[in-house]
Design a protein around this ligand. Structure first.
Ligand SMILES: [Zn+2]
Length: 136
């Protein structure tokens, strides 16, 4: 067997759940000949598309046949790679408005949804979900 990362030869290095495990002689990575659970084949755009459709984490895991923890890990990876579309410039005038108050979980946890926009261009600069205090 050849390594899938560096294409060098691999040696047999034990079994895991009655399946032969191989180790590359060059890069020392462990691998199998074939994998039954292939979450690497799921692209990020599929998870983004299902999230846009309003699917939850458990429904995405059922549809794509991957684990829920994998869905959470991939969503966090995708969201950390996002960048803020606009930069807040010094000397500009911005307008802050509250959209609404709502409750998350129970009536004790009231949250505010507020946004800021540039009144000249109409571009929404930021959107914040949190308490209505200075510690948002
Ligand atoms: Zn290798």
């Amino acid at each position: 067997m050849n390594c899938r990362y560096c294409n060098e030869t691999c040696i047999r290095k034990g079994k895991q759940n009655h399946i032969q495990i191989y180790q590359c002689k060059n890069c020392l990575k462990y691998q199998r000949i074939s994998y039954k659970y292939q979450s690497k084949l799921i692209e990020d755009w599929q998870i983004v598309q299902l999230t846009k459709e309003g699917c939850g984490i458990r429904s995405i895991s059922r549809i794509l046949n991957i684990a829920g923890s994998t869905v959470i890990r991939r969503i966090l990876k995708i969201s950390n790679a996002l960048k803020r579309p606009f930069t807040i410039l010094y000397g500009q005038t911005y307008q802050v408005d509250e959209l609404l108050f709502t409750y998350i979980g129970n009536k004790n946890s009231r949250v505010c949804i507020a946004y800021s926009l540039n009144p000249i261009t109409g571009e929404i600069i930021d959107l914040v979900v949190g308490r209505r205090n200075k510690r948002i």
